[in-house]
Design a protein around this ligand. Structure first.
Ligand code: PMP
Ligand code: GLU
Length: 400
């Protein structure tokens, strides 16, 4: 019998859909996948080279649990240089991806029944990882423009609140939290004594003149309460290398290292060498990829808003748009009613052969999440196909 704990956890909708598309493609059905958020670029050549050298040199054994000193020193320099916050190398630890780092942090911090506040829409995995760690996810709405609603957050705080998870730039909304809102959040954390898990994996993708701010850099107290999480996946197009990290107060890092020592042993040694090359090499590749995402964002935003009935904010960061599709809900196709965003995403997969994720997976019902980590040509084909399919849906009858 499978544990109740796992029976109550939803599988990741973003990841699950990828398997489904792979199966459709194996059957010869062409599908445009705009579901999974991952860079479509190859890992830059100098990073790949460092990994090859690591293999040739026989750097293929376990490393210390928290990672080799060289990568933690490189991360500490990066955090100082780019995020303006000081961490010693022993206040940094690695995990196979930011995803596992977040889970390890939750395991280290949550007692059974502890509450973790999650501004939503939110990434699919936060609520489920909190549940797996024995905590209770508490979803609170963001404002209309997807910025943090501090009043909502404060109202959700109870004596059991252990942490708030924030993600800026945000998946799935594309919001970038302002310095002012993060300052307010840091003050709330101090007032009510909770941690802030700050997921910054999209930090390099900011547009419209916005800048990314790390909450940890805002004050000494904020630094003490923040668990800063980042990854090589998005910044350097390294999703498959599984390399993420966490920086926090020494006490938290030591607890996370206990989890990692029992759960991971150490992160892939070859990926660590690649990560050092990524951090120490030129950052031009990062800027080039970000400017290409921006071009795609502008294209897709404009194209989606041209589709009748779709309303879409432009997003300021990451590589997602979250169009509001409520106008299409309740419409019918061949007598069958498209009741919600799940049914609409299914319809688009069947009819347009375009895979997008239903907003409900991100606690954003009535929306679809679309990634623009794909070429403009692909985005154009996808938008054309979606528009044509949506035209097939018959309007709800107007009540007189
Ligand atoms: N946080 C967010 C918001 C994400 O979208 C993702 C998905 N890539 C991750 C964390 C995990 O990234 P990874 O485990 O590949 O570092
Ligand atoms: N984070 C990406 C997404 O939201 C990758 C898949 C996942 O880990 O959820 O699509």
């Amino acid at each position: 019998m499978i544990s109740k704990r796992i029976q109550e956890v939803e599988p990741s909708r973003t990841v699950e859909l990828t398997n489904r598309i792979a199966a459709m493609r194996r059957e010869g059905i062409p599908v445009i996948g705009l579901n999974v958020g991952e860079p479509d670029f190859d890992t830059p050549a100098h990073i790949r080279r460092a990994a090859k050298e690591a293999i040739e040199e026989g750097f293929t054994r376990y490393t210390p649990v928290m990672g080799v000193p060289e990568i933690r020193e490189a991360i500490a320099s990066k955090l100082m240089r780019e995020n303006h916050v000081e961490y010693a190398p022993d206040e940094i630890t690695l995990g196979p991806g930011a995803k596992q780092c977040i889970y390890a942090a939750l395991l280290a911090l949550c007692d059974p029944g502890d509450e973790v506040i999650i501004p939503c829409p939110c990434w699919v995995s936060y609520t489920e990882m909190v549940r797996m760690a024995g905590g209770v996810p508490v979803a609170v709405r963001t404002a209309e423009d997807f910025s943090l609603d501090l009043a909502h957050i404060e109202r959700a705080v109870t004596g059991r609140t252990k942490a708030v998870i924030i993600n800026t730039p945000n998946n799935p909304t594309g919001a970038v939290y302002s310095k002012e809102s993060l300052e307010e959040l840091a003050l709330l954390a101090q007032k009510h004594d909770f941690y802030v898990l700050s997921d910054e994996v999209y930090e390099c993708m900011v547009y419209e003149g916005r800048t990314h701010v790390s909450v940890s850099a805002l004050s000494r107290d904020a630094r003490r309460r923040t668990v800063l999480i980042n990854s090589f996946s998005k910044t350097y197009a390294m999703t498959g290398w599984r390399l993420g990290y966490l920086a926090a107060d020494r006490e938290v890092v030591q607890a996370v290292n206990v989890v990692q020592s029992q759960m991971v042993s150490s992160v892939n040694s070859i990926s660590q060498k690649a990560g050092i090359a990524a951090l120490q090499g030129s950052q031009d590749c990062v800027r080039e990829m970000a400017s290409e995402y921006d071009r795609r964002r502008l294209f897709l935003h404009e194209r989606l808003n041209r589709i009748e009935g779709i309303r879409c904010q432009s997003g300021e960061g990451a590589f997602y748009l979250l169009p509001d599709v409520t106008d299409y809900l309740g419409r019918t196709y061949n007598g069958k009613r498209i009741a919600d965003d799940l049914a609409l995403a299914e319809f688009l997969l069947e009819k347009a052969r375009v895979a997008v994720v239903p907003g409900s997976a991100f606690l954003a019902p009535g929306h679809l999440r679309i990634t623009y980590a794909a070429s403009v040509e692909t985005l154009e084909r996808a938008a054309d196909a979606m528009e044509a399919a949506l035209r097939l849906l018959e309007k709800k009858e107007k009540k007189v």
